[in-house]
Design a protein around this ligand. Structure first.
Ligand SMILES: Cc1ncc(COP(=O)(O)O)c(C=O)c1O
Length: 393
């Protein structure tokens, strides 16, 4: 069975919501993946910022094998050792007080919105959530409302109410948007899907102060930027900001689906028994994967290395200054290369040449590889990018 056969079968069976590249991936090791015809690729996308320790990491594989033999799933009516250990670990590294586990980023954001609204109502404020232009918070109905993109919302009306969007990095617009109805602000420290846009330091601090002044809940969405990707465990640490609520997913399980919403004691205390729930969220298998990921990151010093490698990539691209290059931005290994052309064809050309990357915000090429990708692999990725641009020119 070849790539084209699987592609055909996929087209006939899967709900056609993704425009997929015509390859069927079969297995991976580190930052390399192979398709069903045995062709090798360097993976600079890592499942969109998910496979943070690479594919097939022996420590993660071993931990999962052991956990599968013991217990994969129990009801959240009972306690499990992996979940307790992971809760404690996340509290320890985040400085927040409570954790709730989910299966995805959108679910983590949904949970964050519920916690924020419950707290807000408990202090006599409304339930409105303010997000920022260029944001991406997910594809469920409430997170789509927070994401705010009309194109993604069209045809799915009625979109849940209680959401408002203001320009990113605009303090005046932010201040004029708030009222007694405002429950929460939700922000990505680095907008991932929006094109790798970093929040202004002054704006982020002003946002924190404004939330403090009005007792508005600050939700920091670290679904894409969290777990070491930016050269700190959480991207908000670069700005000296502390969220009231933080969402995580993607890299948290290194490929096993798990998300989390963390909150401080103040807002957590508004939640009572029965206020939220999940069947799968935080099951022993997913939590043990996450514990292994965090252990690997610590042992291999991957957070610091992500910061160093990211700086190397950015300076290399600036130095090469390929045709059409406008800017390279990002933190750690969350990198966007902006061009004066749409990057869709570039991504397809790079795939032909054996590199996986993706296009965001039209003219941005995004690299979010595993944090243990080697410098040689990164060098190859950049070389293929430049070659592909030259060939397309
Ligand atoms: C910042 C952010 N929040 C939320 C989500 C939604 O996560 P998921 O696709 O796991 O639902 C994403 C996904 O790209 C994201 O980047």
């Amino acid at each position: 069975m070849k790539n084209k056969d699987y592609t055909k079968r996929d087209k006939e069976s899967y709900l056609q919501t993704f425009k997929r590249y015509p390859i069927a991936l079969d297995y991976g090791k580190g930052s390399r993946v192979w398709d069903v015809e045995g062709r090798e690729y360097i993976d600079a996308l890592a499942g969109i910022a998910v496979n943070v320790v690479g594919h097939n990491h022996p420590v993660l594989v071993k931990q999962l094998q052991e956990q599968v033999k013991k217990l994969m799933h129990i009801s959240n009516f009972y306690v499990s050792k992996p979940q307790v250990e992971l809760s404690e670990k996340l509290i320890d590294i985040s400085g927040l007080d409570r954790v709730f586990f989910t299966n995805s980023g959108a679910e983590a954001v949904e949970g964050a919105i519920k916690i924020a609204r419950k707290y807000s109502h408990s202090i006599g404020r409304g339930g409105e959530v303010i997000s920022f232009e260029g944001a991406f918070h997910g594809r469920t109905l409430a997170t789509l409302a927070a994401t705010g993109k009309k194109k993604m919302q069209e045809g799915f009306e009625p979109i849940p109410s209680g959401f408002r969007q203001v320009p990113f990095n605009d303090t005046t617009a932010l201040k004029s948007a708030i009222s007694i109805e405002t429950a929460a602000m939700i922000i990505e420290p680095i907008q991932g899907e929006g094109g790798i846009n970093i929040v202004d330091d002054g704006f982020f601090k002003e946002l924190r102060n404004t939330c403090n002044d009005h007792d508005i809940v600050l939700i920091v969405d670290e679904v894409q930027s969290g777990i070491g990707r930016t050269g700190k465990m959480f991207a908000h640490e670069h700005f000296g900001i502390k969220p009231d609520v933080m969402t995580l997913a993607k890299a948290l399980g290194g490929g096993v689906p798990i998300g989390a919403v963390l909150s401080n004691e103040k807002v957590s205390s508004a939640m009572n028994y029965g206020d939220h729930g999940t069947t799968f969220g935080g099951n022993p298998l997913a939590c043990s994967a996450s514990l292994a990921v965090l252990e690997i990151m610590e042992k291999e010093n991957l957070v610091q290395k992500a910061g160093e490698k990211g700086e190397w990539v950015k300076s290399k691209i600036r130095e090469l200054n390929p045709p059409g290059f406008k800017q390279v931005r990002g933190m750690g290994l969350m990198i966007g290369v902006e061009f004066d052309f749409e990057t869709q064809d570039l991504v397809a050309k790079m795939l032909e040449k054996g590199v996986l990357a993706n296009a965001t915000a039209g003219n941005v090429l995004r690299f979010v590889p595993a944090l243990n990708i080697s410098i040689e692999e990164l060098e190859k990725v950049i070389e293929v990018m430049v070659e592909s641009i030259e060939e397309l020119a």
